[in-house]
Design a protein around this ligand. Structure first.
Ligand code: SR1
Ligand code: MG
Length: 394
């Protein structure tokens, strides 16, 4: 929905965000409102506006015409706000328990107005401070089973899927992923950043021809395999959580790609916690297992009950599709582990380890696990094999 088409784009301030919320009729003109810019991601402005009397709030998210993490030298399309809002609406219909409600959008201003989730915590921050999220992995498994299945050729009309694919052509944001995940970490790119103590390990990665070949294959899969509508950036910073609730946000990287990409990002971003703190190994492995089991439980049920593909019942097809998703996810998880350690966009799980030696060792272990998953993903025949490998490697 475009509500304010006469408005020219300009970045909101805390003051103009309040004006906008009143103009949109979200709050009465005489309400006492407070606003703070709370965006801590790499790309956007995020304003939380609260009515001090009722305590009720909303979020206005606005895309900037450049990547905030780098600055104005890295221009970026505002169209991503529309992609994000459209994806949130689709995912919200498919998995309503796990997606915030979108109230308004304006393509010109590149804004999305959505539920205030401030009673929840960004899962990565919560994990780092020791919060427990007993239902998070179960919820993410169900969320992904539903969003991936219902946007695939198995879960929706196959002609409509092609139209949806066209709606989510997202070249600029995909290019960020292609560069930052699949290319830059394996070259001497100025976007990379890592401690000098990692240089020898980085050199080893860049000289590992088998590893680079496998990364190139995974990149080809990302570029060409339009299996499902992906979230496209499903790390723990894109998830708000509490002990009872889980909400997936930040879908501006959404596009049609290989299902294993979202699954692998969830695996990797859970694993950062175990790599950062060995005491969390058992908690995190339980999350990894619960996430996968829940994904399979829902996906297999949807496959049996809602399949649109006439060949769906052919013996072996379900197993073949699921094995492909699983196998791909291990490779994509490996790429995520590596790029978050030596590429442009790091994770606080590792970077916040204060002790230098401990941090470097955790990062070396992350790079080693990443390489192993990428290179040996096809030999990992079952989820049990994966768990055994993780138990040995962490
Ligand atoms: C320039 S954007 C860097 C990273 O932030 C986003 O959340 C994506 O993960 C992207 O790769
Ligand atoms: Mg994001």
């Amino acid at each position: 929905m475009t509500l304010l088409t006469d408005k020219k784009y300009e970045p909101l301030t805390e003051h103009s965000a309040i004006d906008l919320a009143i103009k949109l009729g979200i709050f009465a003109e005489n309400s006492t409102l407070t606003c703070s810019e709370i965006g801590d991601g790499n790309l956007n402005l995020v304003f939380r506006i609260t009515d001090t009397t009722s305590g009720q709030g909303i979020i206005i998210k606005q895309a900037l015409p450049y990547a905030k993490v780098v600055g104005e030298s890295w221009p970026l399309t505002l169209k991503r706000a529309k992609i994000e809002a459209d994806a949130l609406k689709i995912f919200g219909k498919l998995a309503p328990d796990y997606v915030p409600v979108v109230h308004f959008t304006d393509d010109q201003l590149a804004i999305t107005v959505m539920d205030d989730l401030s009673h929840l915590t960004i899962a990565r921050k919560g994990f780092i401070r020791g919060d427990q999220y007993p239902l998070l992995s179960k919820h993410l498994g169900e969320y992904l089973a539903k969003t991936l299945f219902y946007t695939s050729d198995f879960g929706m009309n196959q002609s409509k899927k092609k139209e949806l694919l066209g709606q989510f052509i997202n070249p600029e944001l995909c290019k960020i992923t292609e560069d930052l995940i699949f290319t830059d970490p394996y070259t001497d790119s100025p976007t990379n950043s890592y401690e000098s103590e990692l240089q020898a390990t980085v050199d080893k990665i860049r000289n590992d021809q088998e590893l680079i070949f496998q990364v190139a294959l995974l990149k080809m899969s990302f570029l060409t395999e339009a299996e499902v509508l992906l979230h496209g950036d499903l790390h723990t910073g894109s998830v708000f959580a509490s002990s009872t609730e889980t909400k997936v946000i930040d879908s501006e990287f959404a596009f049609y790609g290989p299902a294993g990409f979202d699954i692998g990002q969830v695996f990797a971003n859970l694993l950062f916690q175990a790599l950062a703190n060995v005491e969390k190994k058992s908690e995190i492995l339980t999350h990894v297992e619960t996430f996968w089991n829940e994904f399979v439980l829902h996906f297999s049920e949807l496959w049996k009950t809602n399949n649109q593909e006439p060949h769906a019942a052919i013996p072996g097809l379900y197993e073949s599709v699921l094995n492909k998703y699983f196998n791909d996810s291990l490779g994509f998880a490996g790429c995520e582990l590596i790029r978050r350690t030596i590429g442009l966009a790091h994770v606080a799980d590792l970077d916040s380890i204060e002790d230098n030696e401990q941090r470097i060792n955790a990062k070396k272990q992350t790079l080693s696990l990443g390489s192993l998953l990428i290179k040996s993903r096809k030999e990992i025949k079952s989820f049990t094999d994966f768990l055994t490998l993780l138990t040995k490697s962490l």
